[in-house]
Design a protein around this ligand. Structure first.
Ligand code: 5GP
Ligand code: MN
Length: 338
């Protein structure tokens, strides 16, 4: 691994040809930043004369599909990647495990893998990586890179970049909302980014079935501990089915939970297609409580205030008990150190 210099990155990307374009990838279960930064990177490369192809894992949240071009790829083998592309440009995937490669095995890749990322737990896999945990989002880093490269930024690419910055900062509310994030957003709007469309799709268009699902979830499934300082949900398959809610569209639920007065740690436990495996999302509202640390103990990682992991347990109740034990431990640590 070599720490990336933007000039080096540009040099490698410029090695692409029509026969061997750049393959742009991101992490599985892509969120707004993964989608914004990867679609923007692909569009920016093409707008600036570098052939590129986008791979995006299939499960795109419905509110973001309008920002995703139709010509994305959806499956690959490593042999096909090696034979067809000049390099792999990863944005926003911090670990090999999270990297979405359309089924291809990372260890079989022979072409360079380059990374732009903002996750503190980035593994620096691949040949080059540039990781800035101080950046609000990977989209902010792609924007910085595009500026350094002297690239033109079309209104469409500006919209995609703004989508990443807006969603990863929770619409400029979370602690990663820096002056740099605001400045980047302002410049992108000057470039023609469609801010109104982003806000409409991501924040003002909750489908009716989701609103009803949320109402029943809060009424019947909200669990708390420490007098409401810890709050969590298990998204039961029965309730999801009752309201025809797809798990890929539940990304923002945890913010509703974190927004309740008195909640210091919010958690969302989701079933997966494999029995015994539960996916976990964690948010903290208190810088003294690191959910990043909890997630690292639970087969995952992320930022200190927003993290995720995986729990292996026979039942949802058992998974909830494991979750609570680890979050409790974090509160105990706070008491000892504070
Ligand atoms: P979310 O709760 O939105 O799925 O994830 C929040 C953050 O936690 C992500 O930005 C990512 O940094 C991190 N994260 C979520 N799941 C995992 C995981 O399985 N492994 C790692 N390393 N990080 C995760
Ligand atoms: Mn991100």
């Amino acid at each position: 691994m070599k720490t990336l210099d933007f000039a080096d990155l540009l040099g490698v990307l410029r090695g692409a040809t029509a026969d061997r374009p750049v393959l742009v990838v991101t992490h599985e279960r892509p969120d707004g930043d993964a989608i914004g930064s990867s679609t923007a990177m692909t569009a920016l490369l093409k707008e600036n004369g570098i052939p590129a192809v986008l791979y995006l894992p299939g499960d795109i949240p419905d509110c973001y599909t309008t920002f995703v071009p139709a010509d994305r790829r959806s499956s690959f083998s490593a042999a096909e990647i090696n034979a067809s592309f000049s390099c792999v440009m990863n944005v926003d995937a911090s670990t090999v495990k999270r990297l979405g490669l359309g089924g291809a095995d990372f260890s079989c890749l022979t072409i360079p893998v380059l990374t732009l990322d903002h996750h503190p737990d980035d593994e620096h896999f691949g040949q080059w990586s540039y990781v800035d945990p101080g950046a609000s989002s990977s989209a902010e880093i792609v924007f910085r890179f595009a500026r350094a490269a002297g690239w033109t930024i079309s209104p469409d690419s500006a919209t995609k970049l703004l989508l990443g910055i807006t969603t990863d900062t929770g619409c400029f509310r979370f602690s990663n909302t820096s002056p740099a994030a605001h400045r980047a957003a302002a410049e992108l709007i000057e470039q023609g980014a469609d801010n109104a469309r982003i806000i409409d799709r991501a924040y003002l268009s909750k489908p009716f079935n989701m609103a009803m699902f949320e109402a029943e979830l809060f009424r019947t499934s909200l669990r708390t501990a420490r007098e409401g300082a810890i709050a969590w949900f298990f998204l039961s398959p029965d309730l999801l089915r009752k309201y025809s809610v797809n798990l890929r569209n539940t990304e923002q639920l945890i913010e509703v939970l974190r927004g309740i007065e008195g909640v210091r740690v919010a958690a969302l436990l989701k079933p997966t297609s494999s029995p015994g495996i539960f996916k976990l999302s964690l948010r903290s509202r208190d810088p003294r409580i690191s959910v990043g640390r909890v997630a690292r103990r639970l087969n995952g990682g992320g930022h200190e205030m927003a993290a995720g992991g995986t729990i292996f347990a026979a039942t949802a109740e058992e998974a909830e008990a494991i979750l609570l034990k680890h979050v409790e431990q974090e509160f105990q640590n706070e008491k000892q150190s504070g």
